[in-house]
Design a protein around this ligand. Structure first.
Ligand SMILES: [Zn+2]
Length: 134
């Protein structure tokens, strides 16, 4: 029996967490989303989808600073109360951990927002005139 699905050429979307962690293009699912560690490419090298049309803004950075900051601060306070290490241990442990956590989670969060914008066809809001339906 031949496969007569008209959408057979469209690849199935991987789960959001997998797609964002691997930096997959939301259109063709190739790992072309990032040019550097946290900077988007201008366009997909495989399918040509322009990533410049999406605007994830500073939302992920501000949100992650609060989350990572709270987690690292809580861990540092617990360590200080339980173990009383010298100050240099805190510096040696928490500064690199914070940098790695922020960069790693920023990459995933930016990719997740861009992929969600694409999947949900999110666009700038427009004002509708009363009585006019689109
Ligand atoms: Zn692509």
């Amino acid at each position: 029996m031949p496969d007569d699905h008209p959408s057979a050429e469209a690849p199935a979307n991987p789960p959001l967490l997998i797609a964002s962690a691997r930096g997959l293009c939301p259109q063709c699912n190739q790992p072309t989303l990032f040019a550097t560690t946290v900077r988007f490419s201008g366009a997909c090298r495989a399918c040509g989808l322009s990533f410049a049309q999406f605007n994830v803004g500073d939302g992920p950075a501000a949100f992650l600073i609060l989350i990572v900051g709270a987690i690292v601060t809580a861990m540092a306070v617990v360590m200080e109360v339980k173990l009383h290490p010298p100050f240099w241990v805190h510096m040696l442990l928490w500064i690199p951990l914070t940098i790695v956590a922020v960069i790693g989670s920023l990459r995933v969060a930016k990719a997740a927002l861009l992929i969600l914008e694409y999947r949900n066809k999110a666009r700038e809001g427009t004002l509708a005139r009363p009585g006019v339906t689109s």
